[in-house]
Design a protein around this ligand. Structure first.
Ligand code: RP5
Length: 154
């Protein structure tokens, strides 16, 4: 069995419904992933271990979804030079604006590629991860083109 290319982390079980859109997308492209609930503030050691192991086993892209003061994606980016995609989740009374700003406003040098709040962002995180992987995978690149053409037609 080959190691998964994408690591998906989310801050809480309650984020799973939104992040299912990411797993659905990766499944459509037949891209392998592993998924864990790991919180930057509740289980920081678990986050560090998962990221370090994933990088060590040759993983390529990390997707982190979290709500409220969503520092998960930034905390992940601090541990690795792999590309990190952040999904802000609208789980707070502020509707995700707090998570959006916490995820996107990284200081210079440690980027988090931040997508839209909620389900649209979770979908786009999956597509963006596939686009990154497709840079070195012609078959995946062809699937992306076919999917884009299908979008145009619809
Ligand atoms: C964040 O706080 C999680 O990512 C979640 O979006 C939010 C609420 O978490 P729970 O209280 O539902 O566990 O850490």
């Amino acid at each position: 069995m080959t190691s998964p290319l994408v690591l998906i982390l989310m801050g809480s079980e309650s984020d799973k419904e939104v992040m299912r859109e990411t797993t659905k997308t990766l499944d459509e492209f037949n891209v392998g992933y592993e998924l864990h609930v790991a919180s930057a503030h509740r289980t920081p050691d678990k986050v560090r271990k998962l990221v370090t192991e994933f990088e060590g086993q040759g993983g390529k892209v990390i997707i982190a979804g979290a709500g409220m003061a969503a520092h998960l994606a930034g905390a992940v980016a601090a541990q690795t030079t792999l590309p990190v995609i952040g999904v802000p989740i609208g789980s707070s009374p502020l509707g995700g604006l707090d998570a959006l700003l916490s995820t996107v406003q990284m200081p210079p040098g440690i980027p988090v590629a931040t997508v839209a709040i909620g389900v649209a962002g979770a979908r786009n995180a999956g597509v963006l991860a596939v686009q990154m992987l497709a840079l070195a995978d012609r078959e995946l690149a062809a699937k992306l083109k076919a999917q884009r053409e299908a979008l145009h037609r619809s």
